[in-house]
Design a protein around this ligand. Sequence first.
Ligand SMILES: Nc1nc2c(ncn2[C@@H]2O[C@H](COP(=O)(O)OP(=O)(O)OP(=O)(O)O)[C@@H](O)[C@H]2O)c(=O)[nH]1
Ligand SMILES: [Mg+2]
Length: 193
Amino acid sequence: MSWDFTASITAGGRSSRFGSDKALALLHGRPLLHHVAASLQACPARLLIAPPGKYVLDGWTVVPDTRPGEGPLAGLEAALHHAPAQWLAFTGVDLPGLTPGFWAALAQARTSEALAVLPLDEADRPQPLAGLYRRELLPRVSALLDAGERRLRLAVPAEQCVFLGGLSAALRNVNTPEALAAVAAEHPDSQRQ
Ligand SMILES: Nc1nc2c(ncn2[C@@H]2O[C@H](COP(=O)(O)OP(=O)(O)OP(=O)(O)O)[C@@H](O)[C@H]2O)c(=O)[nH]1
Ligand SMILES: [Mg+2]
């Protein structure tokens, strides 16, 4: 598998449900942001969509939001705009179960026609916050935002998406301190790979 895609993590949220900055919350002694970044460390270019100076992440280029506070769809717009390669891995700070193997599986599922590859969660719903997106989506994403749309799941029409099952274990989403405690209890560090 070739790591020929750009990595991006969108980190411009308010963590209102978590109550403090969840990017910096510790899981097994490391910030959630570092868990996610580790899964994408093999990518040749790595973008962190965040306010300048807010986070220090070695080897990652900080890209400020073009529309601060407008949500992850705006984060995707900024990432697509700066992506040097055709394909972009796009994710958030709060999915600490992501692994290199997860991204390799998505990358292998790419087709020449697809504009995105998205994993399915345990209820078989696409999780747009941990996907591969093609750079050609930028005009569509900008048009959606200009029209007032903020739902990330509308970034790609379903018929231009490849959906991949069998990956839901990687998709635990930490939106609250209770969810973080549950992940810490369920996934001892020694079982991560
Ligand atoms: N760049 C950017 N990222 C965002 C923005 N809003 C949310 N995000 C990120 O999108 C990802 C998923 O969003 P949420 O889980 O809703 O995170 P959040 O908005 O910080 O949390 P809540 O306030 O509890 O909804 C996280 O990595 C957030 O940091 C934004 O305006 N800009
Ligand atoms: Mg979340």
